[in-house]
Structure formats: structure tokens, C-alpha cells
Write a protein that binds this ligand. Structure first.
Ligand SMILES: [Zn+2]
Ligand SMILES: [Zn+2]
Length: 315
């Protein structure tokens, strides 16, 4: 087993946009909606909670049960969940996330306010009757909800399950302990109607940038390019083939999603090491995703299509 300080891994649990899908033709890449697990220096960070988080929750509970023979000797589940925004495909798995059914679990969940609603209200209203038999305040685990804004930074310290959120200036970030995990975000308005948060997780000079539900701009989104500069991994929305994006009959322009070519442009201009195309349209079967993956490599060689179960190690 790796020393936890040597751990900076990502695993994909859901790679689809819009809605989940199930058929023989999507078995290679998977049919669940957005969810990525990041394990870094002993912390569990989960980005987005689409239907993919359900299988991840089962895995976490399995590990929890295996960690001790009696309840009192088990290692409680601690996780930090980051929500890019609160469209269904990014939150639909929350009610079925098994760790919330265990009273020792502690979940810190971060997401954006919208123009009209606080993040806390969006989530508590979502988990309530008549949409679900359990109200948010009946969840037995400790689930803390926090609004997350671009000016803020989340810091996860090594030996602590507690976290800090505050506005850190450049000097303060440089003075953090070397093994602190730092999470920052920017907001993109390129997703209707309330925009979306783009996350960066940094640890020991390495970083992952998660840019789902974004649409390309002419020349690339400069703010995103600067934010993702020299990242190890860029996970980028690639929902539509160009011909569907620009279709004359049912165009997808303005839906707030990208083509793989737009993702590759950002990867190139930001000089990232590896691009993962992600948030794939649920109408595309494995064959179409394979074509997307092969085509985009012409624009950015080190590209892979996300698929359920795909793991990438950064250290
Ligand atoms: Zn989405
Ligand atoms: Zn969305």
C-alpha cells in the first residue's frame, strides 16, 4: 500500500452529461452522470454527485465495514463533496449516497449559490418530501453545507479531518504546509443560467482542473486557460460532436457545453499534460465515444475519454 502522502489519484464513477443511460451499447464508457473521486494525502474529495456517486458510496461503505469488526472500531467515512452547480445530472445521486445513512460519517459539501437561492436551500429543498421520503434534517450522518465562491480557498490539512475555508492571498498560500491540499475555483458564465464552478485541486506542485458544463469561446476561455495553466490533468466538458453542436436542424450552441475540439484548444493553450474528455452526451454509444476520442487526439495527443472505473495517478 502507498504512503498516504504519495497518494494523488483520480477515479471516474460517472462520465455522462444530462441524464443517465443504460444499454448494451454504453458498457465500455458507462452510463452514469458526473462524478469523479479524488484521493489525495488521505483525503476523499468527490467532484459532482450525479448517479455515479451511488456506486462510489457503496465502495466507501464496504471499506468502512472492512475497517473494523465492531462499529466502535471502524474508521468513519469523511468526505468533501464539491458541486460545480446544481443541475440534476450533478446532484441526482446525493439522496442515494450510502455514507449519509451511517451516523459516524462526516460529509462537507460545497457548491455555488445562484442569483435567487442559497446553496444550502437548494440542497435541503432537493432532499425533501414529496421528492424523496427523507428530509435533509433526517439524514443521520453529519452533512455540512457551505456556499463556495471564487474568492475562497478550501485547505485540507494533513492530520486533520477539519477544513478551513477562507480567502487566502498568494503569500498565505505559499506559506501553507507542503502537504496541505488546496482547492480553489473560478466561475464560468458559459452555462445557462447561473453559470458553473470550475475547480482546481492542488497538492505538492501537482494539480487537477475540473471544467464540466462549459462552452468554448472564440480563441478559448482566457480565464480558464490561465486557471488551468500547466495542470497535470484537465477534465473538460466534451458533450457534443461538432456536427451536432453546429447542426442546422437542432443546433446545440448556447446549451453551455463544448465539443472535444474546444476542450483540446484549452488543453493546448493552457499547456496541460493530459486532457480527459468528459460529460459525454448520453445519446452517444461506445462507438461514437471511440470516434470522439480518436479524433481529438489529432488536436491534443495526450487525450483520453473518461470512462467509469478509469483511474489516473498523478504522483
Ligand atoms: Zn451537466
Ligand atoms: Zn448543467
Amino acid at each position: 500500500m502507498l504512503e498516504k502522502s504519495q497518494e494523488f489519484n483520480i477515479k471516474f464513477h460517472g462520465i455522462r452529461g444530462s441524464y443517465s443511460v443504460s444499454s448494451q451499447n454504453v458498457l465500455k464508457y458507462g452510463g452514469n452522470t458526473s462524478c469523479v473521486e479524488v484521493r489525495v494525502n488521505g483525503h476523499v474529495i468527490i467532484i459532482d454527485a450525479g448517479s455515479g456517486i451511488i456506486n462510489l458510496g457503496s465502495e466507501l461503505v464496504k471499506d468502512y465495514i472492512a475497517s473494523g469488526t465492531r462499529e466502535s472500531s471502524r474508521i468513519p467515512i469523511n468526505a468533501t463533496i464539491l458541486l460545480s452547480h446544481t443541475h440534476y445530472d450533478h446532484i441526482s445521486g446525493i439522496p442515494f449516497f450510502k455514507p449519509t445513512f451511517i451516523d459516524t460519517s462526516k460529509i462537507n459539501m460545497f457548491g455555488p449559490d445562484t442569483d435567487n437561492n442559497y446553496f444550502e436551500d437548494i440542497i435541503t429543498n432537493f432532499i425533501s418530501t414529496p421528492y424523496f421520503p427523507i428530509n435533509f434534517d433526517e439524514i443521520v450522518a453529519q452533512v455540512n453545507l457551505y456556499s463556495f465562491k471564487p474568492a475562497e480557498t478550501i485547505v485540507l490539512y494533513s492530520e486533520s479531518t477539519d477544513l478551513e475555508t477562507k480567502q487566502l492571498n498568494y503569500k498565505e498560500i505559499n506559506e501553507l504546509p507542503e502537504d496541505a491540499v488546496v482547492i480553489s475555483c473560478i466561475k464560468s458564465q458559459a452555462h445557462p443560467k447561473d453559470g458553473v464552478l470550475i475547480f482546481k485541486i492542488s497538492y505538492k506542485q501537482h494539480s487537477i482542473v475540473y471544467a464540466s458544463d462549459v462552452e468554448g469561446y472564440l480563441g478559448g476561455d482566457i480565464k480558464l486557460i490561465n486557471f488551468a495553466r500547466n495542470a497535470d490533468i484537465l477534465i473538460h466538458d466534451s458533450q457534443y460532436l461538432y456536427e451536432d453542436y453546429a447542426s442546422s436542424i437542432t443546433p446545440k450552441q448556447g446549451f453551455g457545453h463544448s465539443t472535444p475540439e474546444m476542450a483540446a484548444e484549452i488543453a493546448k493553450l493552457a499547456n496541460v499534460k493530459k486532457l480527459v474528455i468528459y460529460h459525454i452526451d448520453p445519446s452517444y454509444n461506445d462507438e461514437v465515444v471511440e470516434i470522439m476520442e480518436n479524433n481529438v487526439k489529432k488536436y491534443f495527443g495526450n487525450t483520453i475519454a473518461a470512462r467509469e472505473g478509469l483511474e489516473i495517478s498523478l504522483l
